[in-house]
Design a protein around this ligand. Structure first.
Ligand SMILES: *[C@@H]1O[C@H](CO)[C@@H](O)[C@H](O)[C@H]1NC(C)=O
Ligand SMILES: *[C@@H]1O[C@H](CO)[C@@H](O)[C@H](O)[C@H]1NC(C)=O
Ligand SMILES: *[C@@H]1O[C@H](CO)[C@@H](O)[C@H](O)[C@H]1NC(C)=O
Length: 320
């Protein structure tokens, strides 16, 4: 243990040198900005879908979707509103989406961003989560990571050397928490990968993004999901919601007697609060499997909460 700690400390010093912290000040390229106004133009819309096969395919696909969709389900969702059981933070990756759950529309209130992150400086994810939980009554917040995540891979690879172009700097600023996690995680697979990478970088080498089955890479994908779960439960909005749940609900989900005629009920909010849970899952792109990391969190006292059998408010499963 002492030996490992020593090696780790020595190499961490090297890492601090090899991995400069992201500079939050974006350096705009004045040679480009100097062309004022920025170049862009309207172009003929009459035939562009014919010229671009990708766009033609998208509109053709929409026609197939319209022909095949469950129109009664959509009519119901439109008229009665959505009541998604899940608020999910997934990755923007085109190979990973909520469709892997094979559930109907109406189940997932989605946020997707690079490397499925929750950050307190990001009002996008926070507003999706707040609206999903408070207004739509989502019961489960899920952080859905996936192996082969490019954002996690970029957090492991040697960072680009200065001068860093603006697009690269924006991405590296967004993933900076994952780089910090890579540099500090004490999970064995991550620490071993880091030490090997640090030795390579200390001798002037460059670490490329890891291979898709690299155990350190897979472990860091999982640790990133766990970190995001932790950040969600530490966030003011979710902390407050947990406190409110404990205050207003019994562990079986029924309202506490003191809440029966409270201001919440007078404001017509009865039933708008229910136990809330946060989960961390990982999607394996190669097999399609979703792995539960068993890091679920919830308000204290609700560990054994089971919803009543009245599942009427939930959207139906996908028709096959
Ligand atoms: C970040 O970049 C800005 C603009 O180039 C520079 O003035 C500043 O010193 C940099 N900060 C760090 C910590 O490198
Ligand atoms: C590993 O890190 C976690 C969280 O940072 C910490 O609670 C734990 O004590 C650490 N374990 C070791 C062996 O250092
Ligand atoms: C989570 O728990 C389930 C049930 O106990 C188990 O089958 C699964 O392997 C666990 N997942 C992980 C990543 O440990």
């Amino acid at each position: 243990m002492v030996y490992w700690a020593l090696i780790h400390t020595l190499l961490f010093a090297v890492a601090g040198f090899a991995h400069p912290q992201a500079n939050d000040t974006f350096k705009y390229d004045h040679s480009i900005r100097g062309r004022n106004p920025a170049p862009n133009t309207h172009f003929s819309t009459s035939s562009y879908s014919e010229r671009f096969p990708d766009i033609a395919a998208a509109f053709d696909g929409n026609k197939r979707f319209m022909a095949n969709r469950d129109s009664a389900l959509f009519q119901s969702l439109v008229q009665n509103g959505q009541k998604p059981p899940f608020m999910m933070v997934a990755c923007s990756d085109s190979r990973a989406s909520e469709s892997i759950f094979d559930l109907a529309f109406g189940n997932f209130f989605m946020e997707r961003n690079i490397a499925n992150q929750f950050r307190l400086d990001d009002f996008n994810t926070q507003s999706v989560m707040s609206y999903g939980v408070y207004a739509l009554g989502a019961q489960h917040i899920v952080i859905l990571g996936h192996y082969s995540c490019g954002g996690v891979a970029a957090s492991i690879a040697t960072p680009p050397k200065a001068p860093i172009d603006v697009p690269t700097q924006i991405v590296h600023t967004w993933i900076s928490d994952i780089r910090s996690l890579y540099l500090s995680s004490n999970r064995t697979e991550v620490a071993q990968m880091r030490i090997a990478n640090e030795i390579k970088e200390a001798s002037g080498g460059t670490v490329p993004p890891p291979g898709i089955r690299d155990p350190g890479f897979r472990a860091l994908v999982e640790e990133n999901v766990k970190l995001q779960v932790q950040k969600v439960v530490d966030s003011p909005v979710i902390k407050n919601r947990f406190a409110e749940i404990v205050q207003r609900l019994n562990p079986d989900g029924t309202p506490k007697p003191s809440e029966q005629d409270s201001h919440h009920q007078r404001r017509g909010e009865t039933g708008s609060i229910r136990p809330l849970f946060v989960h961390g899952w990982v999607h394996d792109l190669e097999t399609g499997e979703v792995i539960d990391l068993n890091v679920s969190r919830g308000p204290p006292g609700f560990e054994n909460y089971t919803p009543s059998s009245d599942g009427s408010s939930h959207p139906p499963p996908a028709s096959s």
